[in-house]
Design a protein around this ligand. Structure first.
Ligand code: C2E
Ligand code: CA
Ligand code: CA
Length: 226
């Protein structure tokens, strides 16, 4: 499934989508990734599954490239720690870029803070390789993990993604307001794009715009669709 990501300026512009996996079962209907990604991680199936997700994203980008209206769209893909930590992860990325021949900067890999926090040196090296291959990088759920600010100066990242838990009560909870304001300010100072996820109301959007946020994702703009 794909959920639109929007740049709000003088006009609202779709700049890309986040890929969000679903399992469609004949009896159970749609099964949430929250319920099966942890199992895929435990069993190791996350590796082939993660590769399939990257392939689907690359296929989609290739298809969009033939349409002048869509040729600039990018896709954000969630990368699980188990997938990232595999020794073969960067090699599989190299093979995929060659196979699909797409511009890797159109793929934005979303890594969580827990990935960045574990075995820092090894992860750091891996992230630098991924970046040098041309992929774009986002820190997902920013602010919910360890948020060691030192990695912001070490890592070649493009984007901070403000977790929806801070957006939900942004209007009514002064603590969330302060956290969001701080994340936007960190992003600006480190020259990173900042995207807010889980934006559901116009009020939240107006507030975020007035705080200097430019990129948005949430039900206000569109639910994940197939
Ligand atoms: P996430 O990366 O934080 O993704 C955001 C979640 O918020 C998605 O849930 C999305 O459908 C939901 N969402 C988007 N806009 C709104 C909104 O306005 N309001 C509310 N209440 N929710 C909104 P989803 O699709 O159920 O995914 C849950 C989590 O599962 C994701 O959290 C991510 O950690 C994981 N996941 C999803 N797809 C993949 C995947 O392809 N690979 C891996 N490794 N993990 C995935
Ligand atoms: Ca995500
Ligand atoms: Ca999140």
């Amino acid at each position: 499934y794909f959920q639109p990501q929007i740049l709000v300026g003088s006009i609202h512009e779709v700049i890309g989508f986040e890929a969000l996996i679903r399992w469609i079962d004949a009896d159970e209907g749609i099964i949430s990734p929250i319920n099966f990604i942890p199992l895929a991680e435990e069993s190791g199936l996350i590796v082939p599954l993660g590769e399939w997700i990257l392939r689907e994203a690359m296929n989609q980008i290739k298809e969009w490239e033939t349409d002048p209206l869509k040729m600039k769209w990018r896709i954000s893909v969630n990368i699980s720690f188990k997938q990232f930590e595999k020794e073969t992860f960067t090699d599989s990325l190299i093979l995929l870029i060659h196979e699909y021949g797409i511009d890797p900067s159109k793929l934005r890999l979303e890594l969580t803070e827990s990935i960045l926090f574990k075995n820092t040196n090894e992860s750091l090296q891996k992230i630098q390789i991924i970046k040098s291959l041309g992929f774009s990088l986002s820190i997902d759920d920013f602010g919910t993990g360890y948020s060691s600010l030192s990695y912001l100066k070490q890592l070649p990242i493009n984007e901070l993604k403000i977790d929806q838990s801070f957006i939900r009560d942004l209007i009514i909870d002064p603590n969330d307001y302060i956290i969001v304001e701080t994340i936007i300010s960190i992003g600006r100072k480190f020259n990173l794009e900042v995207i807010a996820e889980g934006v559901e109301t116009q009020e939240q959007l107006d507030q975020l715009i007035s705080m200097g946020c430019q990129f948005f994702q949430g039900y206000l703009f569109g639910k994940p669709f197939r």
